[in-house]
Write a protein that binds this ligand. Structure first.
Ligand SMILES: [Zn+2]
Ligand SMILES: [Zn+2]
Length: 467
């Protein structure tokens, strides 16, 4: 037994002083300060001056993802350990079905990569790289038999993951029937490919052209088209991933105003980083920030609109889209041709901190911080009430967050398997102090007590948010 004593418990309904009793792997009770057990066989964890929050749930990671001839540089081992250091105790990674592959084989390959290697609990979404009769049937089997209840489709990357509108509609109809969530990479891939080809023909090869050839209009158009297609599929549940642009957000907000089953996430990079300052860094440096959707212009309203969207719940979740590549030998594949730079940024370790800075900066409430990083992703993807909340019966995944300490992000100190940080020198007015995963203290200050294999696979139910 453990008693977390003297802290302020923060959840989606607000902050209350309270002591949290953990028995085994579960939360057993929450007491008014000092009213918990006074003596007995338990260990006291002093939380004085700290926020006691549910462990973070990162609903969008890509450990070891094959991309553009290489692999995302974090394994499930290194990536989930980094997640733990950053206060994230659950990840949902994307199993991949490539075109022509059997869906269940793709899922089995992901289980093989993750099993025994994870430091925190994990679950899977399934990427469908080829929608046909077989994969549609597989969707039912994954929902009922495998605990995989969400499917990602791509309107981008023709020839790799791309689904056409007919395929998307068929998958949406299936999801409407079996209750699964359709997750959409909403960018118009065929149009982007034309712009990329034209840019390269003009000799525009620097990383910034990655962003310039993926304009806001092509994210907004695809987002709108996905929303319309979902309406044709009788309001199939739809979740737009990595939303980055104001006009895409407008589409989501309009659908939500109509009461539709439409949701969206954004990522820390879109809240803080920009086309000019990062992607447009001199020389090839900008390759560090090549991700899709791309970073947007600081001269437009994207960042302010995304923060506002988080407050208003037009954006429900903050995930990382953690997909790290080293600069040397990986990002460098795109020297002289931006279209060959592997797409992705590594942030799984920093999401809880970066969003806490939003609280310090007056952009989010404390309650909304916890909701967007933990409670809502758990509810969105069928992990609630096991994850995402501090309540009796829930898994004892708990973070003690210290608002009086500071974090400075650097490649020198991070735990992700990357040779650079997209967040180098970012300072946070707060710090992850202690991380508990299913009742075990796995991080205490800068000391690590966890181990690979502690993390377990989580079978998920259907989303909480559907009508
Ligand atoms: Zn994507
Ligand atoms: Zn992704």
């Amino acid at each position: 037994m453990k008693l977390i004593k003297g802290g302020t418990v923060v959840g989606p309904v607000g902050a209350i002083p309270g002591d949290v009793l953990i028995v085994g792997e579960k939360i057993s009770a929450i007491f008014a300060p000092g009213e918990g057990p006074q003596e007995g066989d338990f260990e006291v964890v002093d939380a004085t001056g700290k926020y006691v929050i549910p462990g973070g749930v990162d609903a969008h990671t890509h450990m070891e993802l094959p991309f553009g001839g290489t692999f995302a540089s974090d394994t499930f081992d290194t990536g989930t350990k980094a997640a733990a250091f950053g206060g994230t105790t659950t990840i949902i990674d994307f199993a991949v079905q490539r075109t022509g592959e059997v869906v269940q084989d793709g899922l089995a390959a992901w289980h093989a990569k993750a099993a025994g290697n994870c430091h925190v609990d994990y679950a899977f979404h399934q990427i469908l790289g080829g929608v046909d009769d077989e994969s549609l049937k597989a969707m039912d089997q994954l929902v009922t038999g495998e605990g995989v209840t969400s499917f990602k489709l791509f309107m981008a990357y023709p020839g790799v993951f791309y689904s056409d509108d007919g395929q998307i509609l068929r998958a949406m109809q299936k999801a409407r029937d079996n209750g699964a969530m359709i997750m959409m990479h909403a960018e118009n891939g065929p149009a982007i490919d034309v712009l990329v080809k034209q840019a390269l023909e003009r000799g525009e090869t620097d990383p910034i052209h990655h962003g310039l050839t993926r304009p806001e209009a092509l994210e907004a158009e695809a987002t709108s088209r996905a929303i319309w297609l979902a309406s044709v599929a009788a309001d199939c549940p739809l979740y737009i991933v990595h939303l980055s642009a104001s006009k895409a957000l407008e589409q989501v907000a309009a659908a939500r105003d109509l009461g539709r089953n439409v949701f969206a996430e954004t990522c820390p990079q879109y809240l803080y980083l920009t086309l000019e300052d990062q992607l447009g860094a001199p020389g090839f440096e900008g390759a560090k920030w090549v991700c899709s959707t791309p970073l947007r212009s600081k001269h437009e309203t994207h960042r302010a609109d995304l923060w506002k969207g988080l407050r208003s719940n037009d954006l429900s979740v903050v995930s990382t889209d953690h997909c790290p590549f080293c600069f040397k030998d990986q990002k460098e594949l795109g020297i002289g041709d931006f279209s060959k730079i592997p797409n992705g940024i590594g942030s799984v370790e920093h999401r809880v901190d970066l969003l806490y800075q939003g609280v310090v900066d007056g952009k989010l409430s404390l309650a909304r911080w916890v909701e967007t990083i933990a409670t809502t992703p758990a509810r969105m993807f069928g992990l609630f009430p096991r994850k995402g909340v501090i309540a009796p019966g829930s898994d004892a995944d708990i973070v003690l967050y210290d608002p009086s300490a500071r974090t400075r992000i650097s490649v020198e100190t991070h735990h992700m398997n990357m040779d650079h940080s997209a967040w180098e020198d970012y300072e946070i007015d707060g710090k992850v102090d202690t991380v508990i995963s299913r009742g075990r203290v796995i991080v205490s200050g800068d000391t690590y007590h966890g181990h690979a294999g502690h993390g377990r696979f989580l079978r998920r139910g259907l989303s909480d948010y559907l009508l």
